[in-house]
Design a protein around this ligand. Sequence first.
Ligand code: FAD
Length: 463
Amino acid sequence: MAAYDYDLFVIGGGSGGVRAARVAAALGKRVGIAEEYRFGGTCVIRGCVPKKLFVYASQFPEHFEDAAGYGWTVPQARFDWPTLIANKDREIARLEGIYRNNVQGAGGETFQTRAVLVDRHTVRLEAEGRTITADQILVATGGRPALHPALPGHEHCITSNEAFHLAELPKAIMIEGGGYIAVEFANIFHGLGVATTLVYRGTEILSRFDMDLRRTLHETMETKGIRILCHSISEKVEKRPDGRLDVTVTGGEVLTVDQVMLAIGRTPNTEGLGLEAAGIETGVTGAIEVDAYSRTNIDNIWAIGDVTNRVQLTPVAIHEAMCFIETAFKDNPTRPDHETIATAVFSQPEIGTVGLSEDEAVKRFDEVEIYRATFRPMRHTLSGRQEKMLMKLVVDAKSRKVLGAHILGPDAGEMAQLLGIPIKAELTKDDFDRTMAVHPTAAEELVTMYKPTYRVKNGKRID
Ligand code: FAD
């Protein structure tokens, strides 16, 4: 008889947990996985997927406007929020089923329950009122939106979780935060016709991205009509008799809005998880501490994804799951690689980026060449839209390696995915130069910027 009920028990049925459970089950391991809310986790249920569906919905008004220049007359468009929510919910329910079935189809057992560690080999399934034992345990419980208990009136605020289920589309919204979730939702709500104000305590939105992208996106969002207040925070939120909210921001200005959305960071889901009982160490943010192989200080317990607060992205959680499988079940110790991760911000216009920003490259390399182009994409010529596209390559002058690529404009996310390959492969600017352009595209600019726009030598710009 086996010593444990399972070879692997996974706590959390999100991007990382489901992948690990499915692949381990397909290897013939006895696998169980518990999910307390909905299989699919943040990404599928209240993150990437519904967010992108909202982005698509919010882009139609610009498409309708642009159509005129191409000869189309579009009758007065009307938007129905409940239809969007219902259609989105149907798609999410379909995906949720697929995620659960994928684990079961591979031979894993799924449990609809909160799971809590009792000791290093025992897990309590709360909804079933029983415990199970496992040889290996994987914690993949993700994170949740950070709340702001110090803000007077914080109880009137929503987070991204609620934004996906609002009964009514607000007429005016204030979003607090400057990260990608805040920026994406500001564009979504604005696109859907909501008067939108973004309030951010920092100097410029989207810290850690290339400054050129940050500034240009900021300007473009303002030109579209989104109000952005940097160096600013909300000081109190008060409910008015008519149900609307008065938000006092830095400097005393009062914004009257229908919703206040906080997007001020995410907190790892580690509270009440029994980590102390199992002897697992956490860091200052509450995230589980792991080694380079995603192993906690308890050698049969592992943690992956957002709960470890390394890089909070779905493909990273999935990659960490695959590395965990190699290490724990295939006798092939594999460290997740967190270098040079291509990523997108689904703002409008979109950001696609991979590798080092100019500022970061200048800190690390003696001489850096910057190839930069701004231009009006062809599709904006007949439409009359004035928005510019920005493309930038950051190159190490000595080795000629392309260190970073940064794009602002239509389909930038799609381009970043492909640019991730040459930049991960450490190809040089000469490789880019000898690549034939695809014409007419916007992306051809990436292989036709032959002369550096400027160089930065020992921190000083040389034109
Ligand atoms: P999660 O997907 O969060 O899954 C954890 C699961 O564990 C949850 O389902 C939770 O209910 C469950 N759970 C927690 N505690 C327990 C317990 N004790 N017992 C049982 N179950 C438990 N990433 C991208 O790459 N691209 C994007 O465009 C993108 N957009 C995003 C937009 C928003 C609004 C948000 C919030 C996130 C977005 N992300 C995006 C991030 C992405 O969703 C996460 O990085 C990813 O989901 C992390 O996967 P995970 O497996 O670590 O955790």
